[in-house]
Design a protein around this ligand. Structure first.
Ligand code: FES
Ligand code: FE
Length: 428
């Protein structure tokens, strides 16, 4: 029981099923915003989005407005978008580059690191008016791993490394090391989705091999028709690919068993003569042959970090809960620093083919999320099942637990983490 709001977490989330109310109930949603999105770590962006001083992005944390900005000293800041005079938002553009933030109400001007620099007509404030104490407020905890920035509004939250754990940090290392320079470039832009459904429908779908052959059947037919390659067996119940529970609700979809040195499905693999070979040579020079083979074999893999981050081959995404039945998702296709232009260009084309606004796959998932939310409104049997593959889980040598790609281990591990954060005493 969660005594704060009378939510019976043990009844709602059981080892083999979850109740519809966890997707539809407003009280539960508000408690998620407090316990998961305010008290815990959430993903807020990548340092590569704001490479030069003055670059900024508007973001939200637990529905609160924040500014993700590169300051005048080159540091990454996460500032509350609230003037310390009388609370006006000091930044109204979604993104851009500017030398400072000037409040449009009475003209207070803040430096990029939040310091209050200018107060118009300051002589009318009393003598004890302390400008140095009135900078934009900083989010209390901001930490990054390989450029991926996480933050918490809770000053007492555990260290980020404890939230991520070694297996997730290794996954982020593997993403960054797809670049011969060890870093990704996130200046290619982003695109946004909004759907009429609960945020956890996107969470569950981030690592769900079971749906691909059905939800995306038209896309698969198109691929087969255009190329002669049939992708359906890659996500059948006979496929060798595995999903892994990485601890703390984090999961991965590991496709390495399907790939040999990136020869299938690498998002930047290109027919342009020479570019791929240049990339391979640069990778081997930077990381060695064995690690390069390993990194490229993982292409097509997915990663989910609880609660609001996922990665899928050529992009990562950020989930933003708006209401029990409304979610925003931002997709960031990224480039690889040091890779030939043709390799990066092909990454973007591959991304667009499935996930772009006119792509063949992402819109399928959005339609499913909205139909899922409709179905959750039927109350006679209010349970969703989580049992697929539960008797076939395997303990792996790296400490993870695995299941076949169409099994529901990811759902079970995500809900176990949700239950832990939403249960009695979780905020203590
Ligand atoms: Fe910002 Fe007054 S509210 S200067
Ligand atoms: Fe899908």
């Amino acid at each position: 029981m969660n005594p704060m709001r009378g939510i019976d977490v043990d009844r709602l989330v059981q080892p083999d099923r979850v109740h519809s109310h966890v997707y539809t109930d407003l009280t539960i949603f508000e408690e998620e915003i407090e316990r998961i999105f305010t008290q815990g770590w959430i993903f807020v962006g990548h340092e590569g989005e704001i490479p030069v001083p003055g670059d900024f992005r508007q973001r939200t944390m637990a529905r609160q407005p924040v500014i993700f900005v590169r300051d005048q000293h080159g540091g990454v800041q996460l500032l509350m978008n609230r003037c310390t005079h009388r609370a006006n938002a000091v930044c109204h553009l979604e993104r851009g580059n500017q030398p400072a933030f000037t409040c449009p109400y009475h003209g207070w001007r803040f430096k990029l690191d939040g310091e209050l620099a200018v107060v118009p007509f300051a002589e009318r404030f009393p003598e004890d008016f302390d400008r140095s104490a009135l900078g934009l407020r900083s989010v209390p905890r901001v930490e990054a791993h390989r450029g991926f920035v996480f933050a918490s509004l809770n000053p007492d939250v555990c260290p980020l490394k404890d939230h991520l754990g070694p297996l997730v940090m290794q996954e982020l290392d593997d993403i960054a090391d797809l670049s011969p320079e060890g870093g990704i470039d996130v200046t290619a832009g982003y695109h946004r989705l909004r759907y009429a459904g609960n945020w956890k429908l996107q969470v569950e779908n981030a690592i769900d091999g079971y749906h691909a052959n059905f939800t995306h059947r038209t896309h698969m037919d198109n691929v087969r028709f255009r190329t002669g390659f049939d992708p359906a067996p890659l996500t059948s119940s006979a496929a060798p690919a595995r999903i892994h529970a990485l601890g703390n609700g984090h999961c991965r979809w590991d496709s390495s068993s399907l790939n040999k040195s990136g020869t299938r499905a690498f998002p930047g693999k290109t027919p342009d003569p020479g570019a791929w070979e240049i990339y391979l040579d640069a990778m081997i020079a930077a990381h060695g042959k064995e690690r390069t083979d390993y990194l490229l074999s993982k292409q097509g893999s997915h990663l989910y970090i609880f609660p609001n981050f996922s990665y899928t081959g050529a992009h990562f995404r950020l989930f933003q809960p708006v209401a029990p039945d409304e979610t925003r998702v931002t997709l960031f296709p990224f480039l690889l620093k040091g890779a030939p232009r043709e390799v990066n260009r092909k990454r973007l084309r591959v991304h667009e083919t499935f996930f772009g606004p006119a792509g063949g796959g992402q819109s399928d998932d959005l339609e499913i999320f909205e139909r899922n939310q409709v179905g959750l409104g039927a109350s006679l049997d209010p349970w969703s099942l989580l049992t697929r593959g539960v008797h076939l889980e395997q303990q792996e040598a790296d400490g993870s637990v695995s299941n076949q790609i169409t099994d529901e281990l990811s759902n079970r591990t995500i809900w176990a983490k949700w239950k832990q954060m939403m249960g009695e005493g979780a905020m203590a």
